[in-house]
Design a protein around this ligand. Structure first.
Ligand SMILES: C[S@@+](CC[C@H](N)C(=O)[O-])C[C@H]1O[C@@H](n2cnc3c(N)ncnc32)[C@H](O)[C@@H]1O
Length: 332
């Protein structure tokens, strides 16, 4: 029995990329959006998106086997999951997050090279680094994740206690907007690189929070975040881009920017002490090996030490759910 389970496990890992490709291509072709509502037959799907009929039938059947579609007589319909997360313009749409994973495919095929050289493989094609379209997909992917994750974070933190937020490396401002919606007394600044701030401005305007959420463009490695301006600094998914010394400097600047009794909240994919679990965190570390110059996933022990050395007290860890962890510290 166990022998079979082992073989199944190895097989499951080995063909995992087949499943991923089916999802990537379905999102790319907009299948779930096309068949929303009453559904469509394979023939109609093939005609609408201009694909081969025989191939389309196989493809839709595979999506059914993955639980992403249902087949009722000859009509393919969305499941509850695909209807909620994979139909464009639904509030919890996750298609950009999936497209972002698809975009990483290319450099993941060069994992062996990265392990040999210790160097990233994502920048082999120099043009990709500055591709605006890819940046947009990346920032929208962060928004898809943040839309879900912000609710988890709101459940763990007493947002009503804070009135001035710095959302450091805040992307398009997903968390800042949501936190201010939850606590209308709060004012927030979204800080990020200039190209990202352009996208943040669009999102903030669309959210109607323009009076309460403002932006600052800059490089967090180079500039100060000000002195004693905020009572809440949120640092979500930034530290894994940089090496420990850079992160120590960033956290020291967070400390400087906080008022007395202020709080810093780090959100990351937190590893255990041995750095061997959880699975997503260890794989994400490889993603940083290939996708950044010096980044990595870090352990709870490492991040707590950086916070302590920056001067923070009362340091604690929370698990808000999904893959992320929160590590908080106070300026007392
Ligand atoms: C993984 S995203 C996380 C975005 C957002 N905090 C979230 O959790 O959804 C990392 C963000 O850090 C920003 N970033 C990276 N390096 C930065 C730097 N040196 N200065 C300012 N922002 C930076 C990126 O532009 C991006 O928006």
């Amino acid at each position: 029995m166990n022998k079979h389970r082992d073989i199944e496990y190895l097989n499951e890992i080995s063909y995992g990329y087949w499943k991923a490709q089916v999802l990537f291509v379905a999102v790319e072709m907009g299948i779930f959006t096309l068949i929303k509502g009453v559904g469509k037959s394979d023939k109609v799907v093939a005609r609408k998106i201009g694909t081969d009929h025989r191939a389309t039938e196989m493809f839709l059947n595979a999506l059914v086997s993955l639980g992403l579609l249902r087949k009722v007589k000859e009509v393919y319909k969305n499941t509850a999951m695909s209807s909620r997360y994979l139909v464009k313009d639904r509030p919890l749409y996750q298609g950009d997050r999936i497209r972002h994973f698809h975009n990483m495919w290319d450099y993941w095929t060069r994992l062996g090279v990265a392990i040999k050289t210790g160097k990233p493989t994502a920048f082999d094609d120099a043009e990709k680094e500055v591709d605006e379209q890819r940046l947009r997909v990346f920032i929208k992917a962060m928004h898809n994740i943040g839309t879900i994750q912000a609710e988890e974070v709101c459940r763990k933190l007493h947002l009503k206690k804070y009135s001035s937020l710095l959302d450091l490396a805040g992307g398009q401002g997903t968390y800042a907007v949501r936190f201010v919606e939850k606590n209308p007394e709060m004012r927030a600044v979204v800080f990020d690189l200039p190209d990202v701030i352009k996208i943040a401005k669009e999102h903030i305007k669309k959210s109607g929070m323009g009076g309460k959420v403002t932006t600052k463009a800059g490089d967090c490695l180079k500039v100060s975040f000000g002195k004693e301006l905020y009572d809440f600094v949120f640092v979500s998914n930034l530290l894994h881009i940089y090496e420990p010394d850079e992160n120590r400097k960033i956290l020291k600047k967070c400390w400087d920017s906080l008022m007395e009794n202020g709080i810093v909240v780090i959100q990351e994919f937190v590893l255990n002490r041995a750095k061997t679990q959880p699975i997503f965190g260890t794989l994400f570390s490889l993603n940083m090996l290939m996708g950044t110059h010096k980044g990595s996933s870090y352990s709870e022990v490492e991040m707590k030490e950086w916070l302590r050395d920056a001067g923070f007290k009362n340091i604690k860890r929370f698990n808000p759910g999904l893959e992320s962890g929160l590590i908080i510290g106070y300026k007392l």
